[in-house]
Design a protein around this ligand. Sequence first.
Ligand SMILES: [Fe+2]
Length: 746
Amino acid sequence: MQSDNPTGKRVILEVDNPVVDPRDVCAECLNRTKIRYPDGGNFFTPRLRSINHLEVGRSKIISSPVTIIVEYVVLLYQRTVEGVRRLLRQLFPRHPRIRGRNFSGASFVGRTTYAGRYDHGKPIHHLPVDIWARTWWGSWRHLASGVSGKDGTFRLPYDLREARSWAVRRIRAEVSQISFVYDQRDQPRPVHSVAESIHVPKKELTGMEYNLRDIQIGLWAYRRDTPIPRTYINDHDHDAPERYVQGRTDALQDQIIPIELTKLKHLAQLATAPESLSIPQIQADYPLNLTTCIENTLPPELKGYTRGDEFFGARMMNGMNAASFRPDPDHPHHYWMLYWGYQGYDHNDVFAFPTTEIKYSIRPGNHTPLPVEIIFTGALDAYHRDPWQQRRFRPGDGARWTYAKRVARSVGGLVAEVDDHFAHTHTNTEQYALAAFRNLRLNPVNWLMQPHLREVSLVDHTADRILVSQRHGYIPRASALTGLGIQQRVEDTMGVLDWKGREPMRVINDAHTYAKAENLFWNITREYVEEFFERNLEAIAEHWYEIYRMSEDMVNHSVRVFRSRIDLDRLDARERKMMEKRITYFESRYSFDPTLPRRTVNGELKILSPITESETFLDAQPGVLQNLKDWCVYVIHTATFMHTWVNEHQYEDIGEVLYSCLGLRFGEGPDGVLAPESDYRIAPDPVRATQMMWWSNLLSRTEYGFITRNEDRDVNPRFGEMLKAHEEEFRSYGVIVDDIEARTNI
Ligand SMILES: [Fe+2]
């Protein structure tokens, strides 16, 4: 009796009465391994300084009791200072009313500009500027207030008598950034945080203009060392344009410390006695994930279910990969799924990464996809390196079919991690965050989008180091892709990602719960955005200039269209056929429309469609409002649902080293990666094995900032209410509404 079932029939196995259905075990294990947030430990529990100190090797955690006490004293000091400041704010509140009577003579003038090497002197529009006077007894007097214009200049009239009053001890000009907090639904309260503060000598105020000159502010800048639109951050702790909220660091700490300690223990043991630690021992030290839980729970006769066809198809359809299925033109119930392997990307010769095509039989109704053929193109062992060699496997191939599925899972894991997780949700969202934070201030779209765009630049900066970089990153050391190869691949993937024309995934059959959930979330988001636009249309149109500037930034900095870098005429027939197939599949997966009009900048066809090309709403073309709505829906959807999906399912689908890793080694055997799981020469080595368990747990377990929990009160509660109204339907698709993150921050 076996659970691996190529015929597509549901298998119910009777073992020692009662009947055990592996699907029930899967459901039970999904629930048992669900991540929950426990108590945060005791006083002497080791701590992590911040998310910026994570490392694949040894993260900078604090474990010495003396250091913990010192840290605690520092924390107490910081909290005391903050408490005193809070008290002072209450004792000496800042009333917004402007003091004075005669505003006709004197004024403050100046200009808000970017600081930094490349944007130096470039104006920043619509930044709030305030002039505050402080009296000898500590109270605040508001002397002037305004917002810089489109060219960054400002003129703020003030009453000279008020400013020169004997009661005034000092005066300062403050330039602020704006964020928003919701005390009640639909009504955001702006919160100003000072970006730059300038002392104004009282005696220099003469009744004429007082020129504050160019006020240089280190706001959001583009990196210049990559074609991918990324935020410039030199030092995470000092010059980043934003900071993690404390709750984000706390959530990380609650979950990651046990995982970090396990990894440190393994690394220490492997450094001194490498033979004393095996992969199963490493695996056993980490929490159960979906696949290990299922295998541990099933009776001995059913072990191996997670390596069977039914489980393979179910996870490819509704797991982390959430793969796309393209109909086979020659067979009504057959579909193809493709994972693009080497394909010319910079790679090493240690790990296999063949292009993988999987054919499935998918019948209408509630039927799981069943793999019926797997085709690899590229090397599978250390001896035959022809990149065009092709091998086909079918369910009748016995053990080799099982090995082939494992290779396909690992290739799929790497593709999902690099293309779908990092490129599609992280860097894709970052390019919109950067354009939005540089330009949105007075336009209501700012408070709609801000909660979904926070912190992604920070976490991407960390991912560059711990996951992507050639020197320190995990992926280049544990897969075929080098750091350069990952960069090339991310650029190509972003070259098919346009907000315009995007549609949610088509539902294949009743078992396709991922696509059902994606469609449901998409529709609710659209309804939420429509409501928002109805309420705020006038102000959105009034501040259209910000939308124009945001659109210009995102279009001009976007990567080139993927297909535009390919000259098909220069490829030979074989290469051309493969590339055409790749373009078709790639563009279909991300619903890219090559017929849309796009802009060429410096000889590059830019991937992102403009939202508008007019500075004012009155001059804009018909359809721009719909463009803006579509853009909002797409960006919110990507930053929230899409990222949550791929992120939270990682420990289910790549949380067991031998089940699926990001790269199987060729090893020394004649069959290379076509070998059983017991052949540890092809599995990740123990160091990489523990590192892989560390980061897959890290990414899935440390989420923070959920839409319905709204920890920072920055999301309009209306969005959470709308999602909660569909809670049961989401649950039927395996989605817990309360677990959908509002932002991409891990
Ligand atoms: Fe993530």
